[in-house]
Write a new protein. Structure first.
Length: 248
């Protein structure tokens, strides 16, 4: 329990940079990395399904669709008006050899809940000229780290940017030699988040730096990343589409 209290103390320091109480939830900080977190449940993946429709094509092809989920799924062709037309129901592990055309997109849903499923982490399948085997799966949860940070909601990205700015300022103040070797956490790309009405105070504002520095400034960068990961919203790992593939 002493370790848990110690970690909660660091979370309080991080929360001080955000100007909000992130430790008010009863979840144990020792659950870093778990799917449920105080800020989860409201995150929405930015890659919403665009509007697609089938286009004219004389290039016939075949797609072998494999149900790699634990539930019955439905295959649906997106017709020329952009409407989903159901074709086959597949039991778990079953597959179907589907004749189609390269300009005919397909989607897949859970037969019971209508939840949209993914193929290769994308919501819509675009057939290719060569026959291909595809596996339909449920979207996985996207794990937060510095590489995936840009795919999270903007408000969360701005909060994390403020944390990193605050940490870098107080951490470098007491560990200048480490900062010179790049041990301090990098700042997110782009200019500092602009303060809006009702937002958290900027780290450039007057703040009790001594009070923050005695806690946040001593926080190892690796542990700070674990705390941010714990408070990250839960979003699905769904890849966006290039604009050239969107047909409206």
């Amino acid at each position: 329990m002493r370790v848990v209290r110690w970690l909660r103390g660091w979370c309080t320091a991080v929360a001080g940079c955000l100007g909000r109480n992130l430790t008010g939830n009863s979840a144990e900080v020792s659950g870093v990395g778990q799917e449920s977190s105080p800020m989860s449940g409201t995150g929405v993946d930015s890659s919403e399904t665009p509007r697609f429709r089938s286009g004219p094509s004389h290039t016939s092809t075949v797609v072998v669709v494999v149900n790699s989920t634990d539930n019955v799924i439905v295959t649906l062709w997106i017709d020329y008006d952009g409407k989903e037309v159901p074709y086959d129901k597949l039991a778990p592990g079953a597959q179907v050899r589907q004749q189609t055309y390269v300009s005919h997109p397909w989607v897949f849903r859970d037969a019971a809940t209508a939840e949209q499923l993914v193929v290769d982490r994308r919501l819509v399948l675009f057939p290719e000229e060569e026959e291909k085997v595809v596996h339909v799966r449920r979207p996985e949860v996207l794990e937060w780290n510095l590489d995936t940070h840009r795919r999270f909601p903007q408000d969360f990205r701005e909060q994390v940017k403020e944390i990193l700015r605050c940490h870098r300022r107080v951490y470098c103040g007491g560990h200048k030699s480490k900062c010179s070797t790049g041990d301090a956490l990098p700042l997110a790309d782009g200019p500092p988040a602009q303060r809006s009405r009702g937002s958290s105070p900027s780290m450039d504002a007057e703040m009790p730096i001594d009070m923050l520095g005695c806690r946040l400034g001593q926080l190892p960068p690796d542990l700070l990343l674990l705390i941010v990961k714990y408070f990250s919203p839960t979003i699905q790992d769904i890849l966006p589409y290039e604009e050239t593939t969107v047909v409206t």
